[in-house]
Design a protein around this ligand. Structure first.
Ligand code: NAD
Ligand code: WQD
Length: 337
């Protein structure tokens, strides 16, 4: 029995695939490599010491996807495959709606045809919009402000409707906060294409000298130092949350929803300082205007996942920075080296 990992060559999917293989699962990865590199599959096998099966397909194509279900006995699916850049989604809404929604619809239809019931979905804290208070609980009101976030919320709504209609389904919606860090080996990590939008990859590119200076988007928020506060979570902790969610789905549950965050909020300047300590590199920065659409503060209450999944983030901000730095400094040009 195998776990199908869609988007398994990507940042979070690759770390999760390694942990699944190490835990003894059979892993079948499907990825069209639109935001990843085939070499990651070799590294997943190298780091786990296990073989995985890889199909380079676009999962919006149901015929290609069916081949995977015919050739393998799929027991459960973890669905990472999506386009994920918020700013790009504002400029190219049709690409985001069509890829993220259609690939999910096709995947769920093929699962239904092959009688696969267990589904873990990569959602995001973005579905909380601008929360009225922090820490954020799973039952806070949901809203979105950009097409990327809208695709996550639409898919969540679809999954809730499906589980209402069919009580044999087992679905875990995992809402990630801000994933950072990399595998301890420094062999896999996050490789954004072009100039990074997210804070940690921007900092690491400044640290290796590929970008000159970090722009801090606003220092006049209602936060302790005026810069935005987020719940950064190590990608290895996040990956482990997926294994715990799969275990949970073993005992029939219907639909469950969990925040995956540490519960700690760090400001932009906190992260800059922690990174300088971990890397020994000063990060030059300048304060600029707020980035449109940003919120002041966003951090999780992760106690539901702790109680019901027996999951808790182990890594702190120092290890997140050390591991991001090891990955970036060993792979200055990402997987292209
Ligand atoms: P990523 O871009 O590194 O990985 C996504 C993978 O999906 C890529 O390898 C890409 O090639 C693949 N893919 C995309 N569309 C596909 C398609 N139609 N068919 C086959 N493969 C396809 O992104 P990530 O950071 O690993 O994110 C994984 C998931 O987690 C995404 O759903 C994302 O929205 C969600 N998420 C990410 C973050 C974050 O900040 N990284 C935060 C919250 C939620
Ligand atoms: C973090 C903080 C910025 C870059 C995004 C998505 C969210 C989720 C995670 C997918 C903020 C500040 C950033 C920079 C800065 N992704 N910043 N200078 O915006 O919390 O979340 O990624 O689901 O949906 O919206 O993450 O890393 O972009 O920003 O000052 O160059 O860093 O203003 O306070 P964000 P981020």
């Amino acid at each position: 029995m195998a776990v199908l990992v869609s988007g398994g060559a990507g940042y979070i999917g690759s770390h999760t695939s390694i942990q699944l293989l190490e835990a003894g699962y059979e892993v079948v990865i499907v990825d069209n490599l639109c935001n990843s590199n085939k070499i990651v599959i070799d590294r997943i096998e190298e780091l786990s010491g296990k073989k995985t099966k890889f199909y380079e397909i676009d999962i919006t194509n149901g015929n290609d996807l069916e081949v995977v279900f015919k050739e393998n006995k799929i027991d459960s699916v973890i669905h990472f495959a999506a386009l994920k850049a918020v700013g790009e989604s504002v400029d190219k809404p049709l690409e985001y709606y069509s890829n993220n929604l259609i690939n999910t619809l096709v995947l769920l239809q093929v699962m239904k045809k092959y009688d696969v019931k267990k589904f873990v979905f990569s959602s995001s804290a973005t579905v909380y919009g601008d929360p009225h208070t922090c820490p954020i609980l799973e039952d806070f009101p949901l809203s979105t402000t950009n097409p990327y976030g809208a695709t996550k919320l639409m898919i969540e709504d679809m999954l809730r409707d499906m589980c209402k209609a069919d009580d044999s389904l087992d679905v875990a919606i995992l809402r990630y906060f801000n994933p950072v860090g990399a595998h301890k080996s420094g062999r896999i990590g996050e490789e954004p294409s072009g100039i990074p939008n997210n804070l940690m990859p921007y900092i690491t590119k400044v640290a290796v000298g590929q970008l000159e200076c970090l722009s801090v988007f606003g220092d006049d928020y209602n936060t302790p130092d005026g810069t935005g506060v987020r719940d950064y979570i190590h990608v290895e902790d996040l990956a482990n949350g997926h294994l715990k969610a799969l275990e949970k789905l073993e005992s029939h549950t219907g639909l469950v929803t969990y925040n995956l965050g540490t519960g700690n909020g760090y400001s932009v300047l906190d992260l800059v300082k922690a990174f300088a300590k971990a890397s020994g590199k000063e990060i030059p920065y300048k304060i600029v205007d707020r980035r449109p659409g940003d919120i002041a503060m966003c951090y999780a209450d992760p106690s539901k996942a702790r109680k019901e999944l027996n999951w808790e983030a182990k890594y702190g901000i120092d290890e997140m920075c050390e591991d991001s730095w090891r990955w970036q400094s060993n792979n200055k040009n990402g997987y292209e080296e």
